[in-house]
Structures are given as C-alpha cells and as structure tokens.
Write a protein that binds this ligand. Sequence first.
Ligand code: BTN
Length: 271
Amino acid sequence: MTQTDRILLDPEDIHSRLTREGVGCPLFYRQEIDSTNEWAKRAAAEGAADGSVYLADYQSAGKGRRGRTWQSPEGTSVSMSLLLRPEIPADRISMLTLIMGLSAAEGMKAVTGLDVGIKWPNDVVIGGRKLCGILTEANSLVEYIVVGIGINCNMEAFPEELSQTATSLRLEMGRPVSREAVTAEILKAFYRNYEEFRKTCTITGSVKEAYEDLLVNRDRQVRVLDPKGEYEGISLGINEMGELLVQRADNGEAAAVYAGEVSVRGIYGYV
Ligand code: BTN
C-alpha cells in the first residue's frame, strides 16, 4: 500500500454501528497520535467522561506491556483506548484487562466467525498466535483506568521477529476484514461485559462462563513462571478475581495465579 492509497478508519461508520445497537459512547478519532493510552490519560486528567473511546489509525509512540513499544501500522491495525471510572480497588484493575480480552475475542468471532480463543489472562489467539495486545493503566489513586487495545486486522505479513507469535484477522481469513465492524463489535461486547462486571466488581455468572468457554489453556498442562519459583500443573479455569486456577503437579494443591505477577506458558509452547 502506498502513501496515497491508504484507507483510513471511518469513525462515523463505527459510531453508527454502535448507535444502531443502542450503544452510545463518546468516540474521539485522530489519524495520528503518540499513543491512544496517553491521549486517554491526558483527557482523563481534564475530566473526560467514563466510557470515552480514543481511536487512532497510527501511533507514533505506541506502548506495549513491560515497557516495550507497540507497532500499529496505518491502514491495517486499530489502536483504541477506553477511559473508565469504575471506582474499584487497585487489586481489581487487572480484571478489566480480562474483560477486554473476552470482549475482543467475542467481537472478532462475531465479525469473522474465526475460532479464536483466549490465552489467560488476555491474549486473543488463533493457532497459537496473537491477534491483539492489551495494555491497562491507571493513575495512582485509581480515579481512572485506561484499557488500550491494538488489533491486528489487515496485516498481510509481520516482521521476522513477530512472525511466529503474531497473526492478523486477514491472514487467518484469507481476505480483508472491515476494521470498523471489528472495532464496533469489540466495543459492543465490552460495554455489555463491563456492565455485568460493575454489578459486583468480580468476574462471575455469564461473563465468567463466556471467558472459560474461550480459554484455550483450560484443562491443559501449563508452566507458571512465578518469580518465587516456577512450577507446572493443569489449569482448571479462573476464579471470581480473574486469577488462573492451577492444580500443581508437585503437591496437588490448587494455586490461584494473579495476572499482574506471573506469566503462564503451555509446556510445549506459548499457549
Ligand atoms: C502488549 O504488549 O501486548 C500490549 C500492547 C497494547 C497496545 C495498545 S494499542 C492502543 C493502546 N495505546 C498504546 O500505546 N498501547 C495500547
């Protein structure tokens, strides 16, 4: 794709898809921004409303987890951040990352029909490769939370270093996907799941069921990369805090693994 024939995201299309379904949220769009998470945080500091969405075609300084950078190629990916003000204790923040992971999987599935799954806590995967990345941030008093997602929609290839771990909806379907449809379906799913979450500030009922149905590492052997000591076991599902329950191979006990502290890998690979 050349500089001139790039097709930009159509925020009006996303907005009308949402309002048709009765989802009303303030939606802000920029063709280019440093990072939609940073943009949402700046807006939050100026009093922006709960549920506001910040959307961009291209990020010049996209942020990944653990201080890494995140590439968001213009014309093929979607970068979006949601500003939330749920009044929850700090130990519940990571649960919103799970809620976004679930919503992203549901939204992608609704548009493409692909058999996507979730690798705990929030990676949406297919064939062992990631379809999106999620970064959740909050200010120190947890007055606001920003949940940012980068969605791999229409990339036709990935750089060498990512080619074994990343994929796009286009690569999986063999044809391009409407980025507006994917964005709108993810937002619809998110607001539905977020509304349920806010009732109890736990992951319970239909949200927990939907999450566990999509959990690819359920009933699988996993290795828990705990800084206090790695161990293996069988992952059983999640609890109401969104922690992964792992039956340890060494002592048979069920351990609850907290998303902020440790990573979990399949024993034969990433999933
Ligand atoms: C990861 O490392 O897997 C998380 C990547 C998160 C990327 C998204 S893109 C939208 C939002 N803005 C950012 O700067 N990062 C997140």
